[in-house]
Ligand binder design. Structure first.
Ligand code: NAD
Ligand code: UDP
Ligand code: UDP
Length: 327
């Protein structure tokens, strides 16, 4: 049997290598997670249908003997043998999830059922990448996990928001009914290298527009807020949650409480890139949440986690990535 150097040193240290399934592993967050899990000495099975993910995101992992890529749609059953599951499969940008809204709901709901069925059969731990979108357009601010949310069930964001809400329900019912070991993470807006240049999210849009000298597209008056978390902080929180104490299920907010208006974000991007792009105001999309900021007391207490990378530092790293990615 062939064994690589990292695996051998882990064996000598007495650490057992896990085989870990990452659904959505070729996407923005998934690719960073695969990398982290490999660095910890695990085997990774990356399952992705490449709807919004790209092979280039995991290209650098393909030579690693402990990495395996499987092109598969999670709305279909999957029979594999693994020790843990991170369920990230789902388009995350409004432009992408509204492109085929029926498929978005199917991915969240049927995808969750299949991944939970797999976890149930194998009696293994499973983590769900849920979202701050379960809070909808929140009436209370900032948002603690106890807030039940305000979602327009018939609006254009509902395919994503309600799909993710139903997935949370499924996770808790599989936990209560079938004793599946679950962890539910509510992710707030996250940014960083490997975001798709055309994915339509605000950070990638503003950076690409600034670098190309195109107008910066501000939706509405730009006074709506978001709280942006850098990808490395997010992955650390996700890893800690997966490895948290037995019985701690979440849901737990993971995000950076630093809150900014879209105008402030545009200013920062213009300042760091030194771009002369002008602001262009466009209509606010339907149901666009006006404010969003996580309460992270639970993550601090249970996971000893809080974000370390502030917006300027994270933007600087992300801008460096996009400079080379779009050149
Ligand atoms: P992404 O679009 O880059 O990644 C999603 C991945 O899922 C892609 O690789 C895509 O091809 C894959 N996928 C989609 N449908 C699939 C299907 N039916 N079967 C198999 N694979 C499928 O987005 P991301 O930002 O990396 O988000 C990852 C997860 O985190 C998503 O579940 C998203 O809802 C959640 N999340 C992300 C953010 C954020 O700000 N990035 C915020 C909240 C929640
Ligand atoms: N499933 C899967 N892989 C497995 C086990 C189950 O994809 O290893 C799917 C299965 O096809 C089913 C779903 O997960 O549709 C839910 O499984 P569960 O056991 O809860 O339901 P049941 O099979 O009883 O309908
Ligand atoms: N937004 C913007 N210009 C853009 C893209 C987005 O002003 O080019 C705004 C959007 O209306 C929203 C915020 O930025 O208020 C965050 O949008 P994103 O799609 O990144 O994430 P989400 O709305 O899902 O939090």
């Amino acid at each position: 049997m062939q064994i690589d150097k990292n695996s051998l040193s882990l064996l000598l240290l007495g650490k057992r290598m896990k085989r870990i399934l990452v659904s959505g592993g070729a996407g923005f967050l998934g690719s960073h997670l695969c990398e982290r899990l490999l660095n910890e000495g695990n085997e990774v099975l990356c399952v992705d249908n490449l709807f919004t993910g790209r092979k280039v995101n995991v290209h650098h992992l393909m030579d690693n003997k402990r990495f395996e890529f499987l092109r598969h749609d999670v709305t279909f059953p999957l029979f594999v043998e693994v020790d843990q599951i991170y369920n990230l499969a789902c388009p995350a940008s409004p432009v992408h999830y509204q492109f085929d809204p029926v498929q978005t709901t199917k991915t969240s709901v049927i995808g969750a059922i299949n991944m939970l069925g797999l976890a149930k059969r194998l009696k293994i731990r499973i983590l769900q990448a849920s979202t701050s979108e379960v809070y909808g357009d929140p009436e209370i601010h900032p948002q603690p996990e106890s807030y039940k949310g305000s979602v327009n069930t018939i609006g254009i964001r509902a395919c994503y928001d309600e799909g993710k809400r139903c997935a949370e329900t499924l996770f808790f019912d599989y936990h209560r009914q079938h004793k599946v070991d679950i962890k539910v993470m509510r992710i707030f807006n996250t940014y960083g290298p490997r975001m798709h240049p055309n994915d339509g999210r605000v950070v990638s849009n503003f950076i690409v527009q600034a670098l190309r000298g195109e107008d910066i597209t501000i939706f509405g008056d730009g006074m709506q807020t978001r709280s942006f978390c850098y990808v490395d902080d997010l992955i650390e929180g996700m890893y800690r949650l997966m490895n948290s104490r037995p019985g701690f299920t979440g849901p737990v907010n993971i995000g950076n409480p630093g809150e900014f208006t879209m105008l402030e974000l545009a200013e920062k991007v213009l300042q760091i890139t030194g771009s002369k792009s002008k602001l262009k105001f466009l209509p606010l999309p339907q149901d666009d949440p006006m404010q969003r900021q996580p309460v992270i007391d639970l993550a601090k207490k249970e996971l000893g986690w809080e974000p370390k990378v502030q917006l300027e530092e994270g933007l600087t790293k992300t801008i460096a990535y996009f400079k080379q990615a779009i050149s």
